[in-house]
Design a protein around this ligand. Structure first.
Ligand code: FES
Length: 115
């Protein structure tokens, strides 16, 4: 039997607080069957629109941070680097940062989380 993936939407930011350029860090606390979870999310204002990235490094799961001077996401654990699109540009990370599904409703930005 296949496991069923359920995507639930959670509000992360008022639309008026969304970045007009660059990257903004935010967090989300939600509860699922495993209990309370807190995750870090980056919202990037890209030419294609507002994109939400999971902050979980694709190497071993550390939390990346955004460096506005170099305009890169940097992982403190083993030095992986990602560009503003979440693509790997250095280090051992095997895959880009995960893009989260976003939705705008009632002047709020929601992200879809697999639970
Ligand atoms: S966990 Fe990010 S580089 Fe290893």
């Amino acid at each position: 039997m296949e496991a069923k993936i359920i995507i639930k939407y959670f509000p992360i930011l008022e639309l008026k607080d969304a970045p007009e350029k660059g990257v903004k860090k935010t967090s989300l606390t939600y509860t699922d069957d495993s209990g309370e979870n807190e995750i870090t999310i980056f919202l990037a204002a890209l030419p294609e629109g507002l994109i939400a990235f999971s902050a979980v490094c694709s190497h071993l799961g550390c939390i990346v941070d955004w460096n506005s001077k170099t305009e890169q996401f940097l992982c403190p654990c083993h030095g992986s680097k990602y560009d503003v699109n979440g693509n790997v540009i250095g280090g051992p990370a095997p895959a880009p940062l995960e893009r989260l599904i976003t939705e705008i409703k009632e002047e709020k930005i929601f992200v879809g989380i697999k639970i």
